[in-house]
Ligand binder design. Sequence first.
Ligand code: TRP
Ligand code: ZN
Length: 477
Amino acid sequence: MLSRAVRVRWRAAVPLLLACCLSCTGGGSGEGVPTPLRGAPAGAPGVGDPLFPQAGNGGYDVTHYGLGLSYDPASGRLTGTATVTATATTDLGRFDLDLAGLTVGRVTVDGRPATTARSGTELVVRPAARLTRGARFVTTVAYAGVPELLTDPDGSHEGWFRTDDGAVALGEPVGAMTWFPANNHPSDKAAYDITVSVPDGLNAVSNGELAGRTGSAGRTVFHWRTTEPMATYLATVAIGHFRITRSRTPAGLPLYVAVDPHSDDPRSAAALRHIPEILDWESGLFGRYPFASGGAIVAHLPSGQGGYALETQTRPVFPGDSGPPAVDTTTLVHELSHQWFGDSATPRSWPDIWLNEGFATYTEWLWQEHEGGSSVARSAADAFADPATWAFPPADPTPATLFDPPVYQRGALVLYELRRTLGATAFATLLRTWPAAHRYGNVSTADFTAFCGRLTTKDLTPLFATWLYGRTKPARL
Ligand code: TRP
Ligand code: ZN
């Protein structure tokens, strides 16, 4: 297990103050407190995620992030004010936010100056007055700097990427903290208002709906609003030159598609034109689309960085750096299915990520069959035959193997086996009722196995023992 602290540059910040803060906490056991993951004590520097112990924080639950950002593409400097509205889940003498790099200026809690300290990726905030359990409180953090990209244990990059004319933010699993202070764990979802000030002529695209666009003194301010709960890893901002296409699906859902002109190849454009059809097809399988708008962002990342698509909420990001086409239909189907599996029904902790990737991979298989390509049985047989599928059980990744075949392909094989055991009708019910039952919430592997068990009179224990938990490859598919 690699701690976050070794993955980002440590910043020494007021060590004396930190020592004081840590010794004055009073702590609190957190027992019986509805912290996002049980067991995180008041003010704890993490929620207790088995893979990312420093991710998220104990003692409060964020309901809204108001991010006021200003970006200078020439220098790469980001200036921001985060207004974080939260509810204390226990009495709090101090609490943490997660923030990697950047310089913190004035911090207030409920309008009064608070003292702060930095320790690794923890920003320790000590309000002037103790917060009481159940209280709603508002923290503002002024910050600035050139955001640092994180290099993950699998060698991939995440966080705030600089591009030739702007920037793109990708935050899975923990990169959100490179551009805003947050309770950076998927178990604490919140609404967002993100305003981005950029030099005139540039665009700023984010999640949700464009609520306003104003200009003054050579700058344009874009205001994006997300009203449905969103995990920090799904927040994005893309700044630069973009070709914007606004449209609607036949069902009336507003779409906003932003394509970097460098990545605007005909095959990507053809794939993107399938968005309404894909969303309608997925809605038929998974139930009503969970959000008020949809779309996509195709961004031109520096070569060697990014290289993966991400299911950022309402508006997945596709990398335009890997040669045309930037977007292929299968990847589009994958990222759009995440809107149900991952974005709306979000993992409770990172080992549950197979519930995202298993469903998204299975959706690719369904699409290929639907298109007259490979059958689901063929895709399952190929996944079964691939030795990489069997490296570990789907719910047992490490930070270095979060995006490996056991999470994706073996996760999809669990669903394939469930269809065989439940039958087509009960399995179709599972695809609709699982995301509906957990809309805007969090889901764990145990929630899933219990949910499946309620759909049948059959005993699913052997199926899960073999396909979900087994350490060896089953004899046959
Ligand atoms: N979650 C993304 C998807 O499957 C993939 C992804 C995110 C990824 N971060 C990554 C893949 C890092 C490889 C490395 O849609
Ligand atoms: Zn995925």
